[in-house]
Design a protein around this ligand. Structure first.
Ligand code: CA
Length: 235
């Protein structure tokens, strides 16, 4: 019981809250639940959850307020669960620091996979980060940060500077969906427009081709159409 991950579930609809709690408990998590933004902040401060599942439409405030509160001084993973399907809402939540976004309705398997990925990404950031001489390993993909070399299935992959910068940045946020705007700003310092998105997509296509990964069977790097890219374990 004590070594279970604590998940704070913030959801005002009792039936959805009950469903989420049941899914999470069956997945081996300890659940703390609440139904308003204010109580979420209080519970967050007293229980220090390992992750928060956040509904955006709360009765007392927009769930974004909770996200802003947490991101002022903590990297606690926050996964947004919302009925909003608008991509601009997803992008706004991700750019404010949400780790991921699950749209209702969702399957138990999908939700648990997203939560495990968000927990993994926060462990990776906390424990490894960008250490000198550090290595990053994801299944058959290896990065040596010091020498800026990458390997896939034991073979060195020759990436351009830009391609390397993209995979290194994604690896530092492994498990987290990074929006086009975040990637473009990090890699080129540019604003996001049609040209910069095109440039990013061309680089991504080249990276996948060099790794021998077909877009129809994605591995290592996943694309969420219209939103961004995520480096992650195979689901
Ligand atoms: Ca709601």
């Amino acid at each position: 019981m004590n070594n279970k991950y604590k998940i704070l579930v913030i959801e005002d609809e009792a039936n959805i809250r009950g469903l989420l709690t049941a899914m999470l408990e069956s997945g081996g998590f300890h659940v703390i639940q609440c139904d308003t933004c204010d109580s979420a902040i209080l519970l967050y401060e007293s229980y220090h959850p390992d992750l928060a599942l956040l509904d955006l439409g709360l009765p007392d405030a927009d769930g974004m307020r909770f996200l802003r509160y947490v991101r002022r001084n903590a990297l606690t993973p926050v996964v947004v669960v919302s009925a909003r399907t608008d991509e601009s809402d997803k992008i706004a939540a991700l750019d404010l620091g949400a780790n991921d976004y699950v749209t209702k309705p969702f399957s138990s398997g999908e939700l648990l996979a997203r939560i495990r990925a968000a927990l993994r990404s926060s462990r990776h950031c906390n424990e490894e980060g960008r250490l000198p001489g550090g290595k990053f390993i994801l299944e058959d993909f290896l990065i040596e940060y010091d020498s800026r070399r990458t390997y896939y299935l034991g073979q060195e992959i020759k990436l351009t500077q830009t391609e390397y910068n993209i995979v290194a940045f994604l690896s530092e946020h492994c498990g987290k969906l990074m929006t086009y705007a975040t990637l473009i700003k990090e890699i080129w310092g540019d604003r996001t427009d049609e040209n910069s998105i095109k440039k990013l997509q061309v680089n991504m296509a080249n990276i996948r081709r060099k790794l021998g990964i077909s877009p129809s069977e994605p591995k290592i790097i996943y694309n969420e159409l219209g939103v961004g890219y995520r480096m992650d374990h195979s689901i």
